[in-house]
Design a protein around this ligand. Sequence first.
Ligand code: SF4
Ligand code: SF4
Ligand code: FES
Length: 500
Amino acid sequence: MSETVTFKLNGKDVSVPKGTTVMEAARRENVAIPHFCWHPGLSVAGVCRFCMVKVEGRPKLEISCNLQATNGMDVKTDTDEAKTAHKWALEFHLVNHPLDCPICDQAGECGLQDYYMSVGKYPSQMTRPKVLKPKILDVGRDLVLDTERCILCTRCVRFEEEVTKTGALGIFDRGDRAIIGTYPETKIDHNYQTNLVDICPVGAFTSRDFRFKQRVWFLKDKPAICPGCSTGCSVNVYGKPETRTYFRLKPRQGEANGHWMCDKGRETYRHLNQDVRLRGAFTTDAKGHRQDTNFAGAIESLGKRLAGVNPASDVALLVSAQHTNEEYKSLFDYFVGDLGIKNVYQWREPTEKIDDFDGLLYRGDHNANTRGLQDALKQNGIGSGVKNEFDFVAKSGAKIVIAITPEVPSTFPSLNRQLESLTELDFVSFWTLAGTVGDNKKAKHAIPMKGFAEKKGTFTNHDGKSGELAAPFPCPVVDGRDISEIVAALKGWRPTHGNK
Ligand code: SF4
Ligand code: SF4
Ligand code: FES
């Protein structure tokens, strides 16, 4: 058992493991200490001088981010002396700040704004003009840097040194001319750039993808798991429920990812938006004419087809590893358990390098639930190991193929080509989010699906750990369903008797 120390925090006895700083202890106790340069995922820099606390018996205030709690210490965060120090530290940070809050993309989630309201509220004493610094700098593929807004907290410099180990950023010049920037002729060039936007406590780093698209106070965020690879990073999905539009993903602290996520993963909200999604179900009549329908109509036409064949030999399932464990269970319980289907094929990107790993988070297996699909296949006595069996479907001779497509197009470069080739088969029922299925006039039957942000369930990551989708957004597509809901409707339409 690790040694603990007990000290007083604002008069309350608090016990923490030896080595814990006052800042960390205060966070555990939900005591807010203003801070800019401290971040739980980075080393301590102690440069912003904002997090001052009073330790009884000591002559001066001290910074809590670099102060280890010790037995008997009596710490106060809310004395008049500490509060005055917070106010003055904030005023110094704002001396050369441009105060362009109305046009700043960080407005609404800016540390300077928030702290001015909680510990500032002083009248400005500035009579001299502010120092002007370079703006709108192109420092990396996903980033825009406005050095005027920077408060020189060095979080970004430490991220580059300690997390990505790329060391691309430094502070140049001295005094009030000091600016943050990249070295001459270089740019930030890695898959973790947007974490700099997240950790920058002000609006100096903004995201090229998100900036000026939406004011953050109009957005709702809900916890989910990134579907971009088998690491399964914990994320928050940000959407605007009124318009059913998604805007961004941000990392949420989790076991698999700590505090970070990669830029590839940040793209995995785009396919959820209506402009690229299959918006409605369709089927094909006896004369071969395609007809738009609703969910019930799509179930009826698929149910009739299934009733007219011997499922065990005439139906094939093509399944990607991007759906939840709960969906696989209901799918296989019905099609394999009840209907006795033997032709179940794994659908994987042919160019994938499944064993690749960048050493930080991003894995070559760009499916969120390879482990879960393998477990489900094994439980149903199908298959042995991860393999791409896409080409087997055309050779299977199945009269009906149910193609449950990969959800995230950015993880599947061959997806559109493969969808196109499937439309050459006799009859394929696409269960999909992909708008390109609707655009393809040769596609005969499709049911729109819910995305990862719109359903409940679990993914099993590369390590065998479960990540939960627990708080769904409403699906922007009226007839969007998850696999379990489609299977339940099929079961309801067509009882399972006599089909084994
Ligand atoms: S750019 Fe942001 S994170 Fe970097 S030093 Fe300036 S304020 Fe801190
Ligand atoms: S590492 Fe994988 S799971 Fe994590 S954010 Fe990137 S793509 Fe998503
Ligand atoms: S947070 Fe402690 S000095 Fe910056």
